[in-house]
Design a protein around this ligand. Sequence first.
Ligand SMILES: [Zn+2]
Length: 350
Amino acid sequence: MKNIIDTLKASVIEYCSTIGADSLLVQGAGGNVSWKDKDTLWVKASGTWLAEAAEKDIFVPVDLPHLQAAIENGDFSVTPRLSGESSLRPSIETLLHALMPHRVVVHLHAIEILAHLVRDNCQTDFQSLLDDFTSWAMVDYYKPGAALAAAVSAALAQKPNVDVIFLKNHGVVIGGADVAEVSRILDMLTSALSITPASICSKSLPQIPMELGQCDQYAPVQDADIHQLALNADLFNRLDSDWALYPDHVVFLGPRAYTYKTWEALGEQIKSKYEQPELVFIRGGGAFVRLTFNKTKEAQLRCYYDVMSRQEPTINLIELDSGQIDELLNWDAEHHRANLAKLKTLDDTN
Ligand SMILES: [Zn+2]
């Protein structure tokens, strides 16, 4: 038995390294993977990267019967109990893994799937695109953690034998007996749902105009494709209307995009010493960041580009509403009002 579990652990780790290296499947610390070994649920730790599974210890052992008893009692806010030594904290999405009856569970924000899950008609699309694969259920958007776990639990109660749960405006959960089964389902989904991205009109990095000295604290985003978000008129228009589409995006890149019709508009804002955003988009100019813009944020921005470059201009997307954004950012109503006021002033300046 020990050998079987060791082999399972080795295959999960190898799989995590493989999918973690593919930005169309995993972005930064996003996504999580687990396997069950008798009474222990081994789940990815919060904040760790799947891509680093082979080099670092990224899994935490959690008491599975304890979580299952809580789920049985409808307690989805239960704090997972460690069942072994670890200095790491289990993922916020641990309950999703405990809920699924499968031995191996993978939760991802895979681009080819996410690009559909932000659309208003994703449910009907999936019914035709997934053809004879019916082992799935879909849940509406809920805040990751207790609320999402409760919704998934209710979906499983309705359709207990499904291997796939789609989470609107979020991602997918896939369960299987082993890594091979999960991998086969993921491959099938990504190929059935794949969308050709919009073509790229330039591969060179844009520059900041010399005469705008006050903007020199910004540098172009180093991933040349991302500038399409500002160079392509349809994508630029989407920045204002379709920004807050899924949780990690809002958490890492904020509740709104800072868009400017001209470089001068940004220059004016900087001169006024008002808020100086970390990431800005200049229409026809490109995407620019301050030095503080880190690797995790860059991975999220790439994710947004990959999702948006798969949307035809006529497709309707569903943004998270202000209440959903507030709860992700842990803003109380007071903070929200103050922030809205701030945004209003900013809008007046650009
Ligand atoms: Zn997630």
